[in-house]
Design a protein around this ligand. Structure first.
Ligand SMILES: NC(=O)c1ccc[n+]([C@@H]2O[C@H](COP(=O)([O-])OP(=O)(O)OC[C@H]3O[C@@H](n4cnc5c(N)ncnc54)[C@H](OP(=O)(O)O)[C@@H]3O)[C@@H](O)[C@H]2O)c1
Length: 333
């Protein structure tokens, strides 16, 4: 059997989500987790000991110096993604950057350009796109059975009983807000379903400390298509996606992550009564994401669509943020 190149990963920070993705790296075929870095050496060492990682660094810069590392997973607060992705690209590291890719279009474009120039892969951490279920849903959309697509409706919320004052999600300077944290997924689902950017957007939000904690957005498309979504930190768990056309609709009640991780489903309704339920088991989207990222690196054919889609998502989010803050409809340019 030909030898398969193992992708050696480093994780930048001891973020909460790093435990889940670190485990996914350890479970994924062709991947090895070799280092973690934190602003605190002690925290990095404790994390490394807990997760069985051989190297621990007390600064992100030291992690970049390690020539053994091929790829970085970057779960930093969003405002830090641009600086560290660009520095990683300059060191020749592939970057799986957490969502939102960036807080501004200018930063997102600079990140994509730096990765392109240095011939490294960039991808944002929108995991549901890598679930096998997403491919099944794509087949339904591509089959034309829903007729002319008219509407995408989505939601992503969770409820904080009390505002966690120290969380970056409540700090605008770190890239906080429900739009970038949760609405980002709804925007991406819309771009995925309609396969294009909206012409204009509108939004309304409720703010706490200058951060949107609940936001409703509308995306206006040509050809009688429209999308709406809501996101927020003040409403129970919802993660619903509906794509509706002239002849039918596709409904997924947990599009960002199946309620039961081991079983994923969605429903297609054609006309009033023709209902098909699709169900699949055994796919862990975060493991598949790591494996697909590794396959792409190994193939030597970098995927240009992943960074392009991430930049487009930031572009629409930036317009939605402006719309919410001004009350005006904003063109997406
Ligand atoms: N794809 C998904 O399913 C998913 C799920 C959750 C979160 N996320 C994304 O992952 C990223 C991290 O989210 P999280 O909830 O895991 O974050 P978190 O627990 O707050 O961790 C963020 C980490 O960043 C580091 N950091 C550096 N400078 C910081 C600063 N000024 N303030 C706070 N932290 C700082 C800290 O690590 P050190 O102290 O170790 O350096 C901290 O542990 C975000 O982009 C978020 O949107 C994605």
């Amino acid at each position: 059997m030909p030898e398969v190149q193992t992708i050696r990963w480093g994780i930048m920070s001891t973020a909460r989500i790093a435990a889940k993705v670190g485990q996914a790296i350890q479970r994924a075929a062709g991947a090895e987790l070799v280092a973690v870095a934190s602003r605190s050496k002690q925290r990095a060492q404790a994390w490394a000991a807990e997760h069985g990682v051989p190297n621990a660094y007390g600064s992100y810069a030291e992690l970049l110096e390690n020539d053994q590392i091929d790829a970085l997973y970057m779960p930093l607060p969003p405002s830090m993604h641009a600086e560290w992705t660009i520095r990683a690209a300059q060191r020749g590291k592939h970057v799986l950057c957490e969502k939102p890719l960036a807080t501004t279009v200018a930063d997102a474009e600079a990140m994509a350009e730096a990765c392109r120039q240095h011939n490294v892969q960039l991808m944002d951490g929108v995991m549901w796109l890598h679930h096998e279920r997403t491919e099944w849903m794509e087949q339904v959309l591509a089959s034309g059975q829903l007729g002319q697509l008219r509407r995408v409706t989505s939601s992503f919320t969770f409820n904080w009983p009390q505002w966690p004052e120290a969380d970056f999600r409540l700090d605008r300077s770190l890239g906080g807000g429900s739009l970038l944290d949760l609405g980002y997924y709804c925007v991406r689902a819309t771009l995925w379903a309609f396969q294009s950017l909206p012409a204009e957007v509108w939004a309304a939000a409720r703010y706490y400390r200058n951060v949107d904690v609940n936001l409703t957005g509308v995306m206006f498309y040509p050809h009688e298509r429209i999308a709406s979504f809501d996101c927020g930190f003040d409403t129970q768990f919802r993660r619903t996606l509906e794509v509706a056309g002239t002849d039918g609709s596709l409904l997924c009640d947990d599009f960002t992550l199946p309620w039961q991780e081991a079983e994923a489903s969605f429903r297609v309704r054609l006309g009033r009564n023709r209902v098909s339920d699709y169900r699949l088991t055994g796919c862990l989207q975060e493991v598949r994401m790591i494996e697909r990222f590794g396959q792409c690196i190994r193939s030597g054919q970098l995927n240009a669509q992943w960074p392009a889609d991430a930049v487009s998502t930031v572009r629409v989010c930036e317009a939605l943020d402006r719309a919410a803050r001004t009350g005006a409809r904003v063109a997406v340019s």
